[in-house]
Design a protein around this ligand. Structure first.
Ligand code: PLP
Length: 337
């Protein structure tokens, strides 16, 4: 198997890093206080809470869900692995639309499962009716990566019902979107929602994510997770972050404003930009290949993500940076295109 290829993580403070959709702003000050408070000999000496009870009670209150419907993960990638282990037999079937998050295929390969895909329509909708019926596990990134398009909850519900099997709504970017599918949990019985703390909560370095599903489903997922998959520092950081919604609403407003300016400016430069509800934009062009643009930007210390998909083609996925970072990006692009 080829294995998943993560985005480049170059440790150079001069680099403008717009390739793996991190939040360009730091996490809430309350996160730093919570980590400092957790740095005691006793807390580091002992194992963490296996189910993250303190975190789950805070998150349950903030999200308006039963704490027993929350599973903690070492990043939402850990949650996706747990879901695959729990629900996909060897030789089973996994599915997602394409282009989407490429980890889904790697998870199928690790599990010894078949992986099936179908393309989005030209309007960035799934084909109707849902073409990948009966898979053991279906992943739908919403908003989608690398494209940023998003479906409304009633559309998600209809496709989940048609798909059958376990339907995972990967909401890594939902906090930046207009709507999300959390209200569907429990109403659409086969639906599991996953969230990441890496993007919206600016905690990619901490590794934390969750699943929200009916408690009976969470009980099955718990059976296959590592007992202590989240450490005391990440649990403290995640609880403090989710409890500071006001701070993050401020970051969200800045990211969305910059995303709007990026979309207009990139379109003026001749890119086809998919309307995005996430903290990145997907750019393609007809007149010239985009890989040399990626390489030229990298030479100027601006890192974006070049992605190429079989049966679809390639493009650049550019994270929404700070206003100053985006100005630098646009200045370089004006010279290049
Ligand atoms: C970033 C991302 C994830 C994983 O995030 P973690 O850092 O593991 O929490 C999952 N799904 C999609 C679509 C993503 O873009």
């Amino acid at each position: 198997m080829a294995g998943y290829t993560p985005g480049e993580q170059i440790n150079d403070p001069d680099i403008i890093k717009l390739n793996t959709n991190e939040n360009p702003y730091p996490p809430s000050p309350r996160v730093f206080e919570a980590i400092r408070a957790a740095l005691t000999g006793d807390q580091l000496r002992k194992y963490p809470q296996p189910f993250g009870d303190h975190f789950r009670h805070t998150a349950g209150r903030v999200l308006g869900v039963d704490p027993d419907s929350i599973l903690i993960g070492n990043g939402s990638d850990d949650i996706l692995t747990i879901l695959t282990r729990a629900f996909v037999p060897e030789g089973g079937r996994m599915a997602s639309l394409t282009p989407s998050y490429t980890l889904y295929r790697s998870l199928a390969e690790i599990q010894g499962a078949k992986f099936e895909t179908a393309p989005f329509t030209a309007e960035w909708k799934p084909p109707t009716p849902w073409p990948l019926r009966g898979a053991d596990l279906t992943f739908m990134a919403n908003p989608n990566s690398p494209t940023g398009n998003a479906l409304r909850p009633h559309e998600v519900a209809a496709f989940a019902e048609q798909a059958g099997g376990v339907f995972v709504l990967d909401e890594a970017y939902a906090d930046f979107a207009e709507t999300n599918g959390l209200e569907l949990v429990g109403k659409v019985p086969n639906l599991v929602v996953t969230r990441s703390f890496s993007k919206y909560y600016a905690l990619a370095g901490i590794r934390f994510g969750i699943a929200v599903a009916p408690p009976a489903v969470i009980r099955e997922l718990v059976k296959v997770k590592d007992s202590y998959n989240c450490d005391v520092l990440s649990l403290a950081a995640a609880a403090a972050a989710i409890d500071d919604q006001d701070y993050y609403a401020g970051l969200r407003a800045k990211v969305i404003a910059t995303r709007g300016r990026m979309t207009i400016a990139l379109t003026e430069l001749g890119f086809h930009v998919t309307p995005s509800q996430a903290n990145f934009v997907w750019c393609r062009r007809d007149d010239k290949p985009v890989k040399p643009i990626y390489e030229a930007l990298k030479a100027k210390k601006i890192l974006v993500r070049y992605m190429s998909y079989p049966d679809y083609g390639d493009g650049l996925r550019i994270s929404v940076g700070t206003a100053a970072e985006v100005e630098r990006l646009l200045a370089e692009l004006r010279k290049l295109v």
